[in-house]
Design a protein around this ligand. Sequence first.
Ligand code: SAH
Ligand code: SF4
Length: 360
Amino acid sequence: MSVTRYGATIEELAALLAEWGEPPYRARQVWDGLYGRRAPLDELTDVGRPLRARLAEGLPLALAPRHTSSADDGETLKWLWAGGDGASVETVLMRYPGRATVCVSTQAGCAMGCTFCATGQAGFERHLTPGEIVEQVARAQHDCPQQRVGNVVFMGMGEPLANYDATWAAVVRLHDDFGISARHLTVSTVGVVPGMRRLATERLPVTLAVSLHAPDDALRDELVPLNRRYPLAEVLAAAREYLAASGRRLSFEYAMIGGVNDAPAQADALARRLRGFSPAAHVNLIPLNPTPGFGAPASPPRRVAAFAERLRQGGVGATVRRNRGTEIDAACGQLRTRHGLGDDSSRSAPVTMGQRRGGS
Ligand code: SAH
Ligand code: SF4
């Protein structure tokens, strides 16, 4: 298999160019265009048309667009891509005044099986490669030339820490070559404890987001099957370790599910568990993207606001996030399901997945 455009290392690029008899400075020139300027290949005018044509073939893109849509007056864009083998990959771009955030997938599907999540319900397809992860950012940037993508959140399809090596290779490439600071790279995990521990040993202090969704093990066991393997106390201990090692802030994600995890007593219980993290941690409350395949509805806005207030009274910072692009299923997993991909009719009805939002 040939190397792909955003999967190739600079050494591989240099070797390819040398094979074609190009002068040594070419590799750096192409690299600077693709990464430094974040330009699509056909805009590298300093490279010359024949070589660009050769590169287009010799260094192909890994993802083919299958479907694109936009919402929020064009401020939210979503892509459904097909990998070379047809695997479904979703990417969302969210533009805000002064910044743009890309939400990338790290796997086609996900094996974690969270009950409220579209991706979890559709099951696991395969891991993405570092090149496929990085390419999502590059291609989103190409379609958003007016603004520099300054944040990347690993909150699309898949569990990043279950595809650790590829995720980390992508983090390094985005940091070193695209120049995105570690603070603006956010890895979201459902609580893969060994991965969280390993993250604490890495050289780049990326921002960590931990998806909690419940204040106690009994409820979390139901919503997040992985909790049976890594219960809350262990997940929180690993989060604390990461905090100590990285010196970064931490965020906790909490999908607000009506009548399931949004009661005042649950806010109190959550505040008790998280108080020790303050002020270095923060809870993001995300109204559930409700789905036909998951019975419960989203919490009503007033209930979400009350939950947030209760957390604050309990000494824990909380923010209510708004779902971006609901009308285009700008939530990973959902677009794929709507297009009948990677799903089979024996499974329950399609579900949404709630990603959205700006980086931390
Ligand atoms: N697997 C990782 C990252 C991808 S999911 C994780 O679970 O953290 C990104 C975020 O979207 C997680 O916080 C996840 O719980 C949330 N999410 C998934 N389905 C959702 C839904 N239907 N409504 C709201 N949030 C959802
Ligand atoms: Fe996987 Fe995250 Fe969805 Fe859970 S919420 S199934 S970990 S993508």
